[in-house]
Design a binder for this molecule. Structure first.
Ligand SMILES: Cc1cc2nc3c(=O)[nH]c(=O)nc-3n(C[C@H](O)[C@H](O)[C@H](O)COP(=O)(O)O)c2cc1C
Length: 166
């Protein structure tokens, strides 16, 4: 069969950054595979490949921050998504700034469309990724910001509305 990414790239995805503090170390990585799964209880999931440094950090810390990037934050996505916290401190260059969380030790990011503080509910190994289910214990959103979107490997700002769902 052909590579399934040929068709899955037709999904339009939000661009999020997963943040985690484990011991003294704080790391951040870009994740486009992050979605809500339940309203009550409030659960979201993020799919992370086992080779990512963030993967092992979340396994240890049992919590993570999830920040939905705004359309002016593409540089953060590229930075956090193309370098590994195993080799560098991603916060050193000042590309992105930590914002202290209210309920967890891991921070979220400044200037985002939305942020969620999550306690790890479950980690499920699935294919070549692990599904991290997070229970949202605190959240914030900034309605003045529009989210950054990814489609066929290209970043977009939201276009014009074509109709309402609710
Ligand atoms: C736009 C974008 C989306 C990404 N989405 C994911 C994802 O959903 N899951 C994942 O495991 N890696 C994803 N990555 C790759 C990781 O962000 C990347 O491997 C990162 O360097 C891992 O950092 P770490 O080793 O510090 O954890 C994405 C990268 C980019 C640029």
């Amino acid at each position: 069969m052909e590579d399934v990414s040929k068709v899955t790239s037709e999904f339009s995805e939000s661009v999020t950054v997963v943040t985690v503090k484990q011991g003294d170390k704080v790391n951040a990585m870009t994740a486009a595979w992050a979605i809500p799964v339940s309203h009550r209880p409030a659960l979201v999931v993020v799919h992370i490949a086992p080779q990512r440094y963030t993967h092992d950090m979340i396994m240890e810390a049992k919590e993570f921050g999830l920040s939905v990037l705004a359309e002016d934050q593409m540089a953060i996505s590229q930075h956090a998504g193309t370098t590994s916290g195993r080799k560098i401190d991603k916060f050193e260059k000042g590309v992105m700034k930590q914002k202290p969380s209210k309920e967890i030790a891991s921070p979220v990011l400044e200037g985002c469309a939305a942020t969620m503080e999550c306690k790890l509910e479950k980690a499920i190994a699935m294919g070549d990724h692990t599904i991290f289910v997070g229970r949202v214990v605190a959240m914030e959103r900034d309605l003045s910001k529009k989210p950054l979107t990814l489609h066929r490997g290209t970043y977009y700002a939201l276009g014009e509305s074509v109709g309402k769902y609710y």
